[in-house]
Design a protein around this ligand. Structure first.
Ligand code: PBG
Length: 328
C-alpha cells in the first residue's frame, strides 16, 4: 500500500485531526524547577546568574516565593541546591540540620505542603575544593567515606521534610547506603531519585557559576561518566535500581536521548531527564539574539524528552513552560 494509497498527511489535515492522534503529552505536573538558595542573602535579596539569564540565586524567603509561584503554575515541585556561607574540606555544612537547604526545605514544606520538595544531595557546593566528596592526599575523591557523609546529608534533608532526595555525586554504593540510612531513621517514605547516568559534561558550566561549585583543580571524570559510554551508563542505572532507587535520572538530557530511551526500556522505574544549565543557556541566549523562537523551542525540547521516555523533566524553563502550556 505505498503512495498514492498511503497518505500520512490525511491525519495532519486540521488541528483537531492532529490533536486526535498526537502521541506525546506534556503537562506542568511532569516538571521540576531547580532553585538556588543562598545562606548569605537576606529576605528581600537575590543575585542574577550571569550565565543563566532569568535565573537568580535566592534567599530562603525568595525560594518560598518562587516555590509558591511554581505551585500556582501547576509545576510538580522544586529541586533545591544550597549555597552555604562557609565551606570546608569535608563539606560539613551539607548535613547541618540548620543548614540553608534544610531550612529552605522546612520553610517551603510548611508554606506549601502539597508541592514536592526534592533536594540535591552532593558535597560539591559545600567543599572548599569544589569536588563532590572528601579528597585523599593525591586529590582524588575517597568513595566510601564520602558515601557516609552523603547518607548523613540525605537523612538531614529527609528530616527537614524533603519528599525526594536526589544524590548527584556519582559515588559507588551511595543509593544503597542512603536507603539504609533513611530506613534506620524511620524515614521509609522518603523517595530516592538517583542521578544514575550522570556524565562529565561541559553543559554544567553555567550551573557551576550559579552554585559556586567549580572544582578548584582537575575535573569530575574520576567519578562522572565518559560521554561516549552508553553501556556503562546502563550498568549505573541497573545498579541504582538494585540498590533501592525509586526513580532514575539521565543527565544531561539533549545529547543523551538514546540513554533516556535505553534506561526506560531496560528498567521499570520512572525516568527523569535533567535539562541542564548549559542546555537552558543555549536556548536563552539564542532567543535573546533573535535566532530562535523561545516558546516553540522550549516546548519542542520538553516534548522530545517525553517522547524519548522521560516521565519527569527537571528544567530551568519550568515556569515559562507551565505558563505556555496553560495558555495553549
Ligand atoms: C552537583 C550537581 C551539578 C549539577 C547538578 N548537581 C554540577 C556538577 O556535577 O558539576 C548540574 C546541573 C546543571 O548543569 O544544571 N554535583
Amino acid at each position: 500500500m505505498a503512495y498514492p494509497a498511503t497518505r500520512l498527511r490525511r491525519l495532519r489535515t486540521s488541528a483537531a485531526m492532529r490533536e486526535l492522534v498526537h502521541e506525546t503529552d506534556l503537562d506542568p505536573g511532569r516538571l521540576l524547577l531547580p532553585l538556588f538558595v543562598s545562606e548569605t542573602l537576606g529576605d528581600g535579596e537575590s543575585e542574577p546568574v550571569a550565565a543563566m539569564p532569568g535565573v537568580e540565586r535566592l534567599s530562603i524567603a525568595g525560594a518560598v516565593a518562587a516555590a509558591r509561584a511554581a505551585a500556582d503554575a501547576g509545576v510538580a515541585g522544586v529541586l533545591l541546591f544550597g549555597l552555604p556561607a562557609e565551606k570546608d574540606a569535608r563539606g560539613s555544612a551539607a548535613w547541618d540540620p540548620e543548614g540553608v537547604v534544610q531550612l529552605a526545605i522546612g520553610a517551603i514544606k510548611s508554606a506549601l505542603p502539597r508541592l514536592l520538595v526534592v533536594s540535591d544531595v552532593c558535597l560539591c557546593e559545600y567543599t572548599d575544593h569544589g569536588h563532590c566528596g572528601v579528597l585523599d592526599e593525591h586529590g582524588s575523591v575517597v568513595n566510601d567515606e564520602t558515601v557516609e557523609l552523603l547518607a548523613a546529608t540525605a537523612v538531614s534533608h529527609a528530616q527537614a521534610g524533603a519528599d525526594i532526595v536526589a544524590p548527584s555525586d556519582m559515588m559507588d554504593g551511595r543509593v544503597g547506603a542512603i536507603r539504609q540510612a533513611l530506613d534506620d531513621e524511620a524515614l521509609n517514605t522518603t523517595a530516592i531519585l538517583a542521578y544514575s547516568a550522570k556524565f562529565a559534561s561541559a553543559f554544567y558550566g553555567p550551573f557551576r557559576e550559579a552554585a559556586g561549585s567549580t572544582p578548584a583543580f582537575g575535573d569530575r571524570r574520576g567519578y562522572q561518566l565518559e560521554p561516549g559510554n552508553g553501556r556503562e551508563a546502563l550498568r549505573e542505572a541497573v545498579l541504582d535500581a538494585e540498590e533501592g532507587a525509586d526513580m532514575l535520572m539521565v543527565k544531561p538530557a539533549l545529547a543523551y536521548g538514546d540513554l533516556i530511551r535505553a534506561v526506560a526500556e531496560r528498567c521499570e522505574l520512572p525516568v527523569a531527564a535533567y535539562n541542564v544549565s548549559g542546555e537552558y543557556a543555549m536556548v536563552r541566549y539564542a532567543a535573546q539574539a533573535g535566532a530562535l523562537d523561545e516558546r516553540a523551542t522550549v516546548l519542542e525540547i520538553l516534548t522530545s524528552l517525553r517522547r524519548a521516555g522521560a516521565d519527569t523533566i527537571i528544567t530551568y524553563h519550568a515556569m515559562d513552560a507551565a505558563t505556555w502550556l496553560r495558555e495553549a
